[in-house]
Design a protein around this ligand. Structure first.
Ligand SMILES: Nc1ncnc2c1ncn2[C@@H]1O[C@H](COP(=O)(O)OP(=O)(O)OP(=O)(O)O)[C@@H](O)[C@H]1O
Ligand SMILES: [Mg+2]
Length: 275
């Protein structure tokens, strides 16, 4: 197993962000995380990458449960692209390699080989402010990929794009992930994006985030996004995920205001009403 979480909970002081998460990702599997804003998705990626520690339970990546081990196996693409403004696109992309001890020339040459494949050829010397939003995200993604880690943690990689660029980037990423075969944890707000890119979609409730549903993406899917998302099996999977998302948003909302025991009572009684 590439990523395994068992009874994983996390809190920022008094604020409980994640509760009792059970998660497994097989090598090469793409697992998407969806859930209401603030339910702990980014926190979960940061836990996987060893940037935070669980309050309870465990998370292991490639068999390492300690933070340093998790960090060494994960490449993280944060929610904001975090390119260094004074570095060229190429130096930004080469950063992960340089952090691992490669010399500047070697890092630039290895990152540079990928510029063509990422549709960035000719922009090696451009500064981030001279690139479009989609290009910046591709540079950030390229940097994540060249880090050479077995697990990629991608936090809303297309959040800042318009609908057209977003669809193009999704097709592009689907192809890149198929060719790459690495384990991916992908956070998304967009169910279509999640089901198109991932093998499985995990739906989290409102904070504290708990897993409320797992939806398997239809297989096989058309390579082109429009073809994939209009398939009846895809539409049914999206409906299933959307229902879980709505129920989870409703359920979690009562959680922070009342003590845990009474929250359980509220949850059980609302379950009864629904049934
Ligand atoms: N460094 C921090 N210190 C304190 N609280 C934090 C910190 N980071 C996040 N939080 C809180 O933890 C909760 C979960 O945050 P997180 O960023 O993981 O949510 P998210 O699911 O990624 O949300 P979004 O979809 O808006 O990106 C939020 O209520 C947030 O306010
Ligand atoms: Mg987030």
């Amino acid at each position: 197993m590439s990523v395994v979480a068992r009874g994983l909970s996390h809190a920022y002081g008094e604020l409980r962000s994640l509760e009792s998460i059970e998660l497994e990702a097989q090598p090469g599997e793409v697992v998407a995380l969806v859930g209401p804003s603030g339910c702990g998705k980014s926190t979960l990626l940061e836990l996987a990458c060893g940037l935070r520690e669980p309050t309870a339970g465990t998370i292991a990546v490639e068999g390492s449960a300690d933070a340093a081990g998790r960090l060494s196996h994960c490449a993280y693409m944060p929610q904001r692209d975090l390119l260094l403004p004074w570095f060229s696109a190429l130096d930004n992309a080469a950063l992960a390699l340089r952090n691992r001890g490669a010399g500047r020339a070697e890092a630039r040459s290895r990152a540079g080989e990928l510029f063509e494949r990422f549709g960035l050829a000719g922009f090696e010397g451009a500064r981030p402010q001279e690139l479009s939003g989609g290009m910046r995200q591709r540079v950030a993604f390229l940097r994540t990929l060249v880090a050479g880690k077995p697990v990629l943690a991608l936090d809303e990689p297309f959040a800042s794009l318009d609908a057209i660029s977003r669809a193009e980037m999704q097709e592009w990423l689907a192809g890149a992930l198929r060719a790459d075969g690495r384990t991916v944890l992908l956070v998304s707000h967009d169910l279509e994006e999640a089901l198109y890119l991932a093998d499985r979609v995990l739906v989290l409730s409102a904070r504290p985030g708990r897993l409320v549903k797992e939806v398997r993406a239809p297989d096989p899917r058309a390579a082109d996004r429009d073809g994939a998302v209009t398939d009846p099996a895809f539409v049914a999977a999206r409906e299933e995920a959307l229902r879980a998302l709505r129920e989870g948003a409703h359920r979690g909302a009562a959680a922070p205001a009342v003590p845990y025991d009474s929250y359980m009572g509220i949850r059980n009684s609302s379950e009864g009403e629904e049934g």
